[in-house]
Design a protein around this ligand. Structure first.
Ligand SMILES: [Zn+2]
Length: 240
């Protein structure tokens, strides 16, 4: 948002409105020793410094027309503003990718096993994960988000965060493993028949596919069998 705002500011530089604003800002500064420096120290005007850098980059990258053909100033300005917008979008994508990588690597340092517990951390920055939710209603989308991020009310996750005093163990009631998404989906003996039904429905029990391509079938199964009361209540309310 910051970079996009910067691009929008850049597009305004040089317009009559921008000149008028400068006049208004300079007026109370007239008579000062260094009016120019005082203007640029104005909090509103200072925001344009970064926009100016963006313009300089765009001007340097702007290709001349073929055969150095002459171009109307207005058309040149349109091309320049288009390039500024493109650079700003590219800057945003790079910045978000770097921040996402720093976040997920920070989470995984010394804990590589979390890649399985937190599937969202496996994927690089982009809009791919958004598509997993497009065809889901709110209830299923919420379940998918909780499964992909592991911010879910299963005992293993609640116990690890000391989220509730009544959760005194991370283990599943079956006694064979931790109460995790993976355990319920792949290993818990208490859900063996339900697991077979899901497998025959989608043709596999691949964790990565269930949390992406086959998210609708998986989240329906999870809502029915994870035993999370708030999802049960929501499902009951939806059928009334
Ligand atoms: Zn179990």
């Amino acid at each position: 948002m910051h970079t996009r705002t910067c691009a929008d500011r850049r597009a305004k530089i040089g317009t009559p409105h921008w000149h008028r604003l400068n006049q208004l800002r300079t007026k109370p500064l007239l008579g000062l020793i260094d009016t120019h420096s005082a203007l640029w120290s104005h909090p509103h005007h200072a925001l344009y410094r970064e926009a100016d850098v963006l313009r300089t980059r765009a001007e340097a990258a702007l290709q001349p027309l073929p055969n150095n053909a002459l171009e109307e100033p207005q058309r040149a300005l349109i091309r320049l503003n288009s390039l500024i917008s493109k650079l700003a979008k590219s800057d945003v994508a790079s910045l978000m990718a770097r921040e996402w990588d720093a976040y997920r690597l920070g989470k995984l340092v010394g804990r590589p096993h979390l890649t399985f517990q937190i599937p969202a951390l496996v994927e690089e920055w982009g809009d791919a994960s958004w598509r997993y939710y497009v065809k889901l209603d709110r209830q299923h989308a919420t379940m998918l988000l909780q499964c992909r991020t592991s911010y879910i009310g299963l005992r293993f996750h609640l116990f690890g965060r000391a989220a509730r005093e009544d959760i005194t163990s991370p283990s599943c009631e079956c006694g064979t493993g931790d109460h995790t998404i993976k355990h319920l989906l792949l290993d818990c003996p208490n859900l063996a028949p339900q697991r077979l039904a899901l497998q025959s429905q989608v043709g596999h029990l691949d964790f990565s596919f269930l949390l992406t391509r086959d998210a609708k079938a998986f989240t329906t199964w999870a809502i029915d069998h994870f035993g999370l009361d708030h999802f049960k209540t929501a499902a009951e309310a939806a059928t009334k």
